[in-house]
Design a protein around this ligand. Structure first.
Ligand code: NAP
Ligand code: MG
Length: 402
């Protein structure tokens, strides 16, 4: 079979630990034999980030702006223990944080659904994608402990010195206060990323806040979404046969639980943090969760939602075979290859991505899976494979489909 040709390179961001090992195996077994792979390679492994003073992370984000599509392996976010382990010059920032800030993007997380790994919510049949706003609110709040009686106010001083005040509370005794903020520009980018991603994946978009209580703060989120929708996206949504709807967050959670899935749920920062963990757990497994960073300008970076699976890596280093699940990382590759195919008009690349995903799902549904799935599946007598054998099994299924 002739290999599929590519015209534009993918930005390839290599990573750390067990996922770096899987990365290599996935490429060798599932991609290179079938695709004449073009990538621009950036090594975001912690050693090389340290060596380049993290410049490589910045360069990889710049390359994503240039080419439009990146695929990223999980990376270590350094903490005190990693400082010693890797003899780091500095506690480098999370690469995901750096890339997200540079692309001004929103992260969309969606579960991969297979028969035999059943969601805890029995009517969920299709994926629920969570879009989390990644700026501000409680994550950038200022807080104060109030020791005793006194007046607390919000004060805004404009550039010309004029002041605007709002009473928070007349304290009679001790208490606590918190000041949150967000930026119109950031909310607009969030809204556009969500509308674009809905069009891209042909799914309805839901957005919910607590605007009935928060009449200025949350209401502004609601208003910005509605204005951008009406002015820029209404026609495109009608053409695509999808809808945007806003509802109160209380109503949204009730509807989500009763729904069959198949839509995007846009959440404010805190709601997205909590709801994405809830939805991921309810769908069964973090190792089956994909993640894509989409920018309002149409740049995409695909990855797995899980980390570098450190515990498995240490076992791998001791020469043990591990049963680490490669599915979410494979789907990062298929997501990126399909997007590249769409942008460059290479339909064979899209078809290949579809078939590789199908091969993953079929292999699991035929009873072959890694340990994490074998312990939660409803299938009787599943075959538990190590990562290498599982990837080989996917290759056999894929060859049958091609
Ligand atoms: P993790 O790598 O997601 O792993 C936590 C545990 O979840 C694993 O020990 C394993 O459980 C299970 N698990 C996760 N992915 C799995 C897979 N593909 N197959 C099988 N089991 C899987 O999270 P972590 O241990 O908290 O973090 C490790 C490193 O990853 C940290 O340095 C962190 O900074 C980084 N991280 C990176 C990203 C990213 O780049 N996007 C995201 C999160 C964390 P068992 O050990 O019980 O089998
Ligand atoms: Mg969380």
């Amino acid at each position: 079979m002739e290999k599929i040709k590519m015209t534009t390179p993918l930005v390839e961001m290599d990573g750390d630990e067990m996922t770096r090992i899987l990365w290599k195996w996935i490429k060798e077994e599932l991609i290179l034999p079938f695709v004449d792979l073009k990538t621009e390679y950036y090594d975001l492994g912690l050693e090389y980030r340290n060596k380049t003073n993290d410049q490589v992370t910045v360069d990889s984000a710049e390359a994503t702006k240039k080419y439009g599509v990146a695929v990223k392996c999980a990376t270590i976010t350094p903490n005190a223990a990693r400082m010693t382990e890797y003899d780091l010059k500095e506690m480098w920032k999370s690469p995901n944080g750096t890339i997200r800030a540079m692309l001004d993007g929103t992260v969309f997380r969606a579960p991969i659904i297979v028969k035999g790994i059943e969601p805890y919510v029995k009517n969920w049949k299709k994926p629920i994608t969570i879009a989390r706003h990644a700026y501000g609110d409680v994550y950038k709040a200022s807080e104060m402990k109030i020791p005793g009686a006194g007046k607390a106010e919000l004060v805004y001083t404009a550039a010309d010195g004029t002041e605007q005040r709002e009473l928070i509370h007349e304290f009679k005794g001790a208490g606590i206060i918190q000041g949150q903020h967000n930026l119109t520009g950031s909310i607009e980018s969030f809204a556009r990323s969500c509308f674009n991603y809905a069009l891209d994946t042909k799914q309805d978009l839901w957005f919910a806040t607590k605007d009935t209580i928060s009449k200025k703060y949350d209401h502004t989120f609601k208003d910005i979404f509605q204005k951008i929708f009406d002015e820029e996206y209404k026609g495109k949504f009608e053409e695509a046969g999808i809808t945007y709807f806003y509802t109160l967050i209380d109503d949204a959670v009730a509807r989500v639980i009763r729904s069959e899935g198949g839509y995007i749920w846009a959440c404010k920062n805190y709601d997205g943090d909590v709801m994405s963990d809830m939805v991921a757990t309810a769908f069964g497994s973090l190792s089956m969760m994909t993640s894509v960073l989409a920018s309002p300008n149409g740049y995409y970076e695909y990855e797995a939602a899980h980390g570098t699976v450190q515990r498995h890596y240490y076992r791998h280093l001791k020469g043990e075979k591990t049963s680490t699940n490669p599915i979410a990382t494979i789907f990062a590759w298929t997501g990126a290859l399909r997007k590249r195919g769409e942008l460059d008009g290479i339909s064979e690349l899209c078809t290949f991505a579809d078939k590789l995903e199908k091969a993953c799902i079929q292999t699991i549904e035929e009873g072959n899976m890694t340990h994490d799935l074998a312990i939660i599946t409803t299938m009787e007598n599943p075959t538990e494979l190590n990562s290498e054998d599982f990837i080989k099994a996917i290759r056999t299924t894929l060859e049958g489909l091609l």
